[in-house]
Structures are given as C-alpha cells and as structure tokens.
Design a protein around this ligand. Structure first.
Ligand SMILES: NC(=O)c1ccc[n+]([C@@H]2O[C@H](COP(=O)([O-])OP(=O)(O)OC[C@H]3O[C@@H](n4cnc5c(N)ncnc54)[C@H](OP(=O)(O)O)[C@@H]3O)[C@@H](O)[C@H]2O)c1
Length: 313
C-alpha cells in the first residue's frame, strides 16, 4: 500500500476496524474510506455494488460482521449465519472484478473442530464436527475461508487473504452485557459490582475453559503487514494468536484486580462453557512477521481505561 492508496476499512467503528484505522493513520496512510452501517448496509448487494463502482477502493479490510458471545450465538444462529455470509458474499462478488488489489477476511477459531488437537494448526481446518453453540457463525466463517481460496483459484488471483485471529479485546469492544465477548463482559460486570458496592459477581460457565487473547492493535499491525506483503502469501488461511492461553478463572482474577473488585466470584454452571480450549498454532505467520505481542495485563489496563473514558458518563 502507498500512503495515498485508497483503503476501505469496513466495520471501522468496531473493535478491529477501529484499531486498523488507528494504526493506518499512525503509519501515514491518508486515503482511508469508511462508511457507518446505517449509511452502507453490506448485506445489500445493490448497495455494495454501487459503493465499489463509485469509490473504487484498492485495499479492503473486511472487519464488518455480526459478532457476539456464546449466549448471543446460541440464541440467534440464523442471524449470525445470514448476516455474515451475506456481507462476505456481497463484498467478495463486488471485489473480484474490481480495482481492489487485496482484501483481508477475518475468520474465527469456531471454524476449527470442537475437539481439535491443541494447538490448532491451519491444517486441522475441516477435520471434524464444529461446536454446536456457535454453529451459525462458524458455518459463515468456514464459508468465508473457503470463499477466499475458491475466488483466488477460479479467478487466478491472490486478492483474497483469509486469517483466523483468536479472541480479541481492546478499545471499541462491545460492553453490552448480553452480547459481549468474555473480556468486555468481565470488565463490565466487575466495574458494575465495584461501583454499586455489590459483594458478589456471578460469571457464566465453570471458569475452566481456556482462551487465547490478543490485543486488537496487535491484529491490526499484523493485518497491515499482510496487506503489504500479500504477494508472498500462500492461498490458504493464516492463524493469528499471541501464543499463550488463560483459563476464564485466571482472566477473571486479572481483570478483577485491574478493576479493583475484591468480592466473591460465583460460577453459574447452568450457562454453557463452549469449547474447552482454542489455542492457535501461529507458527506459520510468525515465520513471516516476528511481532511483539502486547502483554495481557497491559492490554487489559488500556482496555479498562478506554471503557472508563468512553462508556461511563
Ligand atoms: N472479536 C473477536 O474476538 C474476533 C475474533 C476472530 C474474528 N473476528 C472477526 O473479525 C471481524 C471484526 O470483529 P470485531 O470484533 O471488530 O466486530 P465488532 O466490534 O462487532 O464490529 C463489527 C462492525 O461491523 C459493522 N456491521 C455489522 N453489520 C453490518 C452491515 N450489515 N453492514 C455494514 N456494517 C456492519 C458493525 O456496525 P454496527 O455496530 O453499527 O452494526 C461494527 O462496526 C468480524 O468479522 C469478526 O467475526 C473477531
């Protein structure tokens, strides 16, 4: 990408899209185009086609999509399937014959089998049944990863880059209690308990599952690197993980310390745990880019500071 290349960041108000915009601006890119969801609904093919033919972006970071935690996924599998497949189908179809040089698509660890050997290598994709609680979302992500390689193959191009980042956290995450991911949900619950003087916080599941967390700005840095080195990439997806996983109990302990909640934590075993472990083997991408990952306590402190500045009136 040149500093004046036209770069479309889809989903720029979200967790990853906002981090990519921040990093692009900091790196001197001056021609970034964005559209709020209410102005451009990417599930609408006609709107997507007219946007791409009018704006003619050269690079696309496809960060728009319907996201949420286990409960939201479990309750609304059709919405997660429909919205995500519609966005990727419409955008890929508009991009393939356009001036776009490269597009990055973000898959999910849900695309790997439920009982996948750990750490999960790229080659374990499509080797077993997926986790039932996120089936709709996972099916869309599986389709997106296959779409990247299928479009590249059929159209003899290398436009489409697929990556699977592990669980991200950072500024502009969703802190809504029903729809949030684990990090933002824990920040919100501990903060609410501390400010209301509550002595107990109830958390979902057993606390035993382990997750690998990655700061959104680290994924943004890697995404920009991949866009700038797209010519040397394989036509298959790349895992992006920080290399270490933590149990939800360990995460709760770190976050409660940062927030300053000293009360009791009760685990609600009636809520689903999801997969017990989802650690990525990221050795393939780490051969290309030797990036330093943000240390989890530091990343969580920055995320809590952002929450206090932006979500608490
Ligand atoms: N967060 C993670 O841990 C994680 C991990 C792996 C992969 N991913 C993938 O990475 C991508 C970015 O995730 P994220 O966590 O940054 O998501 P996010 O914070 O939920 O942001 C998604 C963005 O997409 C926009 N959007 C949703 N539907 C849209 C539509 N129909 N048309 C236009 N814009 C639409 C949203 O706008 P509104 O809010 O206005 O609807 C929002 O700005 C997603 O594809 C996600 O599946 C995320």
């Amino acid at each position: 990408m040149f500093s004046d290349s036209k770069i479309f960041v889809a989903g720029h108000n979200g967790l990853l899209g906002s981090a990519i915009c921040k990093k692009l601006i900091a790196s001197g890119y001056t021609n970034i185009i964005t559209r709020p969801h209410k102005e451009l609904d990417l599930t609408n093919q006609a709107s997507v086609d007219s946007f791409f033919s009018d704006q003619r972006p050269q690079y696309v970071f496809l960060c728009a999509g319907l996201t949420g935690g286990i409960m939201a996924n479990n309750a609304n599998p059709a919405a997660f399937l429909y919205v995500n497949t519609a966005i990727q189908n419409n955008v890929f179809n508009a991009v393939v014959e356009s001036d776009v040089r490269h597009l990055i698509f973000y898959g999910s660890t849900c695309a790997y089998p439920k009982n996948c050997p750990q750490p999960m290598k790229e080659g374990y994709f499509l080797t077993g049944a997926i986790e039932a609680t996120s089936e709709g979302y996972a099916a869309a992500k599986i389709a997106g990863i296959i779409a990247c390689r299928s479009y590249n193959k059929q159209f003899k191009t290398n436009k489409f880059i697929a990556v699977i980042p592990n669980t991200m956290y950072g500024a502009n995450d969703n802190f809504d209690i029903e729809n949030s991911h684990v990090v933002s949900a824990l920040i919100r619950k501990f903060h609410d308990a501390k400010t209301s003087g509550s002595k107990k916080v109830i958390l979902w599941g057993s606390g035993q599952p382990k997750r690998e967390f990655i700061y959104s700005e680290d994924v943004a840095d890697i995404s920009i690197y991949l866009m700038n080195n797209a010519e040397s990439l394989e036509n298959s997806h790349y895992n992006i993980g920080s290399g270490r996983d933590y149990s939800i109990k360990e995460l709760a302990s770190i976050i409660s310390n940062i927030v300053g909640f000293n009360g009791e934590i009760e685990w609600d075993m009636s809520k689903p745990d999801g997969a017990m472990r989802k650690l990525l083997d990221s050795s393939k991408i780490l051969k290309l880019i030797n990036t330093p990952f943000t240390e989890i306590e530091h990343g969580l402190k920055m995320t809590y500071a952002w929450y206090l500045d932006n979500c608490i009136s």
